[in-house]
Design a protein. Structure first.
Length: 118
């Protein structure tokens, strides 16, 4: 079982911020395995899910003019104008906002969009 877990982790690239969570899940899975073998298997599945959650796949960005790329995987829920929070120090003027809903199966890595006008 350990071999298949190592093969899985080698097949996908993990974002560096995910490693503490994955290691925590793995440690909990090992501890649960000492208590009960079925709990250890459940912990192993949850550890694999955690690794899948923090995957960071390569993206190929199209380079044609006139395209807009989303900063995140998911579904665009809202495009509107809103004032940014004061703590960001960006002023009080309304700015375009694009809200993207990401479910637990989407890649949770936000990429920086290019400069442009919406």
């Amino acid at each position: 079982m350990l071999d298949s877990a190592i093969t899985f982790l080698q097949a996908i690239r993990i974002h560096k911020a995910g490693w503490p969570f994955i290691l925590l899940f793995a440690a909990a899975a090992v501890a649960a395995g000492f208590v009960s073998e079925p709990l250890g298997y459940v912990g192993a599945v949850l550890t694999a899910w955690c690794a899948y959650f923090f995957r960071d796949p390569d993206r190929v960005t199209p380079t044609r003019d006139g395209l807009i790329m989303s900063a995140a995987d998911g579904v665009v829920q809202l495009i509107d104008q809103a004032s940014p929070p004061e703590e960001l120090g960006m002023g009080n003027g309304a700015r375009w906002r694009v809200a993207v809903f990401m479910n637990v199966f989407d890649v949770h890595v936000n990429r920086i969009p290019a400069d442009g006008t919406v």
